[in-house]
Design a protein around this ligand. Sequence first.
Ligand SMILES: Nc1ncnc2c1ncn2[C@@H]1O[C@H](COP(=O)(O)OP(=O)(O)OP(=O)(O)O)[C@@H](O)[C@H]1O
Ligand SMILES: [Mg+2]
Length: 433
Amino acid sequence: MTDPLAALAAAVEVLPDDTALRLRYAGLLVDAGRLTDAIAQAAAVLQREPGNADAQALVRRAADAAGGADAGGAGTGDTERSATPGSPTTAPSSPSTPVTPATPAADDGIDWHALERDIGVVTPPPFVTEQGTSDDDPVPIAELRRETTRLADVGGLDGVKRRIEESFLQPMAHPDIARAFGKTLRGGLLLYGPPGCGKTFIARAIAGELGAHFLSVSLNGVLDKYIGESEKNVHRVFEQARAAAPAVLFFDEMDAIGGKRSAGQWSSFRNVVNQLLVEMDGVDARNDGLYVLAATNHPWDVDAALKRPGRFDRMVFVGPPDDVAREAVLRVHLRERPIEGIDLGALVRRTRGFSGADLQHLVTTAAEKAMAESIRTGTVRPIRMTDVRDALHEVRPSIGPWVQAARNVAEFANTSGEYDDLAAWLRTEKPRG
Ligand SMILES: Nc1ncnc2c1ncn2[C@@H]1O[C@H](COP(=O)(O)OP(=O)(O)OP(=O)(O)O)[C@@H](O)[C@H]1O
Ligand SMILES: [Mg+2]
């Protein structure tokens, strides 16, 4: 009795991000002759994954069927790259039949306007793509404006700093010596760790060390809703970096673009991942002097292909700030505030497991308490230990959920040893979560 279409419709409702499911549903809709619905489903996929070939094929199949072409299936149609052969999108208001004179379009019940709107992302009109797509156009690379942070400002994290020094700061400063040791400056390093623990901060410090040789890539600048544009943008970014070589190209929040296929909505960036692979591979000398740095909270969601040799083949764990780092972070945030009798050592001890962001939140909360009382009494008073103690009741370490995920990865997905750093940290620190 169960209608498979109804069952699939319900399933799609529950799992809206499951592309395969939605495409199966769309396929059955085409078979059932419900072409508008089928196209709507395929368009929903294309909106998220403009390059999805199965969805494109489905749209073509549905459009062919709607156009009255032999829907028998012989022509799965690889002749056209765009969704419809020429006409419906170019003459939506025309009452006359656009493609096949034998079938009146109006009878198909297809809302060509809606269709055009939905699949517009797939086939950008030429007059739009013409602007701003020349290969010479620079892609917005976020300037880390005259970064004054230096590596010395990063508290603690000595191991991480050493890796960074050895892997590219020193080779960049002494290229001749590096060459004599057969070390070419190329490859990639992936910083990973819980949120708010200094990955971006470290990148800013590297920018401070390198000046114009550090290029930070803005994700929004690279990702483009038009098919093919994001890949071109990735290429342009790499070209810009090559022109500035020796240079470090930095991708922050890498999970967003390097996501593996199964990782829900990010799978739409498959083509971007592929382009990254192409750019990073460079078998010739193109990439000499180009170092790629990336940061992510979830390295396990970064496509495995991106982690193979020659790409992001080194991973460095950036854990929660150790004692020295916590003191540095607390100092920074307390420095410009009125304080009295703050026992920094006690605070450092009380904040084990706090991320940099948690520490900042803690100081802000303590400051708010002092301020609230100042307003209440009409007398301005500095931040005292009592404020911080009160704040400690409210601000808790935020990395628990991340630790849980990390523990699973270290336990069940560390067969190749890539998470040894993380596993060691979990063993010695025994973080809560
Ligand atoms: N070792 C450190 N020394 C000094 N400040 C630090 C250190 N670690 C973190 N901080 C501070 O903590 C805050 C959060 O750090 P940051 O934004 O770099 O974290 P993140 O790892 O990039 O987080 P997310 O994963 O959320 O992007 C920053 O304001 C930074 O100043
Ligand atoms: Mg960050």
